[in-house]
Design a protein around this ligand. Sequence first.
Ligand SMILES: NC(=O)c1ccc[n+]([C@@H]2O[C@H](COP(=O)([O-])OP(=O)(O)OC[C@H]3O[C@@H](n4cnc5c(N)ncnc54)[C@H](O)[C@@H]3O)[C@@H](O)[C@H]2O)c1
Length: 318
Amino acid sequence: MKVLITGIAGFIGSHMAEYLHQKNIEVDGVDNFNDYYDVKLKRFNAEILNKQGIKIIEGNLCDKSTYKMLDKDYHFIIHFAAQPGISETSSFESYLNNNLIATQKLVEFTKLQKQLVQFINISTSSVYGKFATKNEEAKPEPTSYYGVTKLAAEQLVLAEARKQHFNACSLRLYSVYGPRERPDKLYTKLISAAVNDTKFPLFEGSKSHKRSFTYVGDIVNGIYLALKNYKKTNLEIINIGNFQQETTESGILFVEKNLKKHISLEAKSPRKSDQQETIADISKARQLLGYAPKTHLNEGIKKQITWFNKMTSTHGKL
Ligand SMILES: NC(=O)c1ccc[n+]([C@@H]2O[C@H](COP(=O)([O-])OP(=O)(O)OC[C@H]3O[C@@H](n4cnc5c(N)ncnc54)[C@H](O)[C@@H]3O)[C@@H](O)[C@H]2O)c1
């Protein structure tokens, strides 16, 4: 079996590649190593994968030339590449290009595949909007460019599957954390603030936000289960996340407890696009895939701290 992973040098894509490789599945990847966050982190991830023999093509999914470097015999395409996050500094064009245009070009490339079994699109709970607490039948009401463009990309992929050009499913992930977490995300920022004695920028009101924080190992396991159960997942949208909910405040306390440090907070004005509450309703994933995430937040944070310390001791401050 041969799998193409887009966004392979990123946080979740790099874990997915290792997970499949460890199961003796052939993996190729593509990434444009963009500078949304420190590129040295992506290079570091890529280096780990290269050492395991995983091939990585450097290219932008929006460019024709990228597809000339990719094979035509993939069984699965797992599409992670995106402009992620709700950032005030990322432009609408960046969300549009990396989430929607890139997906459209990849869809055209997918149609040329000779033995494709399924296209697995990676989507997000952000498509639901302020409250992501219900099952997949809930009306999508995104509140950000990110959510809007990810929803459009998801529907674009599913439209091709409805037209029977290829089989596809879309997995909506919930607040992923763990080793290699992006530096713009909660736990990497918290650990960095604690270790470097810097202030943690806290968006007003966000302490009480409730989140389905999901350990990256449980995420890639869920995606693998979707791949394995491809016969049941064509045209399906499936939530993949932790059904246990914690507040951002309890996340802060877990990091403080593990590092035995106090984190000073710096108040920032609230972000209007932020989700208020997420809790992954994974009844469908349980039933279709036998999915059962198992990592407790405290356990996952410990693993992330170990990674952070190793990363910063060899590659400098994060
Ligand atoms: N991290 C989370 O909590 C979370 C939650 C829900 C959904 N997701 C989804 O998971 C996926 C991966 O997220 P992540 O947190 O690993 O982000 P990431 O930024 O670490 O990884 C994305 C990778 O895609 C690459 N990329 C972006 N645009 C590209 C393009 N046009 N061509 C080629 N490569 C490109 C980037 O260089 C990056 O390495 C995204 O689709 C995101 O929407 C993430």
